[in-house]
Write a protein that binds this ligand. Structure first.
Ligand SMILES: [Zn+2]
Length: 258
């Protein structure tokens, strides 16, 4: 019970109290992120001019969950059409060093072929990125999402699976290996959700693998809502959105689920 009280107390009164401690140290100084550089940093100024003007608490809080989703969709559309915006990553680093106001939190796989900022054509500081093999949900991912939304003000949670996922294939085949065994066990509920008429139920069957991957995203969405009272409250109040999607390794496109 003591644990329960400890869990509830800071978030019951967020964001004021939640921002008063360590989280304030992590977040607050972004208010001064628009400092005017001196003359010998003129090239930096020129680079900063390329940055979108969406890096402020005000811009973040003015955005609706639906607008956050549209922003990600537009970014992925630019990515797949080869029209990604020019990014001066060093300028982005400098402009975000003192604070962050990401508009979305994306949970995706560890897979090296699905880098969140690139496939959604986003600048450094625009999205929280939680990556874990098989984009599964556990307590630490939930804690990260609670931080992203309840403390840092992100407006949207997106869980993005991907095609040809090695973790999904491993779960389909019941692979056991060290700590991976426990991780892959978390994908088993998705394996069970795929109807039994889909045969054979191994990684050799591409249709089965992709159905498990889709089911795994749906399981994640359910778990986020069911296991986190904090996120559920924000969702019920319409203050954040929650959506799933699938990244196609061949095209780079993310299809969002309705
Ligand atoms: Zn994967």
């Amino acid at each position: 019970m003591a644990y329960r009280r400890r869990m509830q107390s800071p978030f019951r009164r967020f964001p004021r109290l939640a921002l008063s401690g360590l989280t304030a140290l992590l977040l607050t100084s972004g208010c001064q992120s628009n400092r005017v550089p001196n003359r010998d940093q003129l090239s930096d100024v020129q680079r900063v001019m390329l940055l979108p003007r969406d890096r402020s608490r005000e811009a973040q809080q003015a955005m609706t969950p639906a607008q956050a989703l549209e922003k990600l969709k537009a970014g992925n559309e630019r990515f797949v059409s080869g029209t990604s915006q020019p990014h001066d990553r060093l300028a982005e680093v400098r402009s975000t060093a003192s604070g962050q106001f990401p508009f979305a939190a994306v949970v995706s796989c560890l897979d090296s072929r699905q880098p969140t900022e690139i496939v959604f054509d986003q600048s450094i500081g625009n999205v929280f990125s939680a990556r874990i093999a098989g984009n599964i949900i556990n307590d630490d991912i939930l804690g990260s999402l609670e931080f992203a939304c309840a403390v840092a003000g992100a407006k949207l949670i997106v869980v993005v699976g991907h095609t040809r996922c090695g973790a999904i294939k491993g779960a389909c085949d019941g692979v056991e290996l060290g700590h991976l065994t426990g991780l892959l066990n978390r994908i088993q509920p998705a394996v069970q959700r795929v109807p039994s008429y889909v045969q054979p139920r191994t990684s050799k069957n591409t249709e089965f693998v992709e159905k498990v991957a889709a089911a795994n995203v749906q399981v994640a969405l359910i778990q986020i809502r069911e296991k986190s009272p904090i996120l559920r409250e924000l969702l019920d109040q319409g203050r954040i959105g929650l959506v799933g999607g699938m990244y196609d390794l061949e095209t780079g496109r993310v299809d969002f689920y309705p």
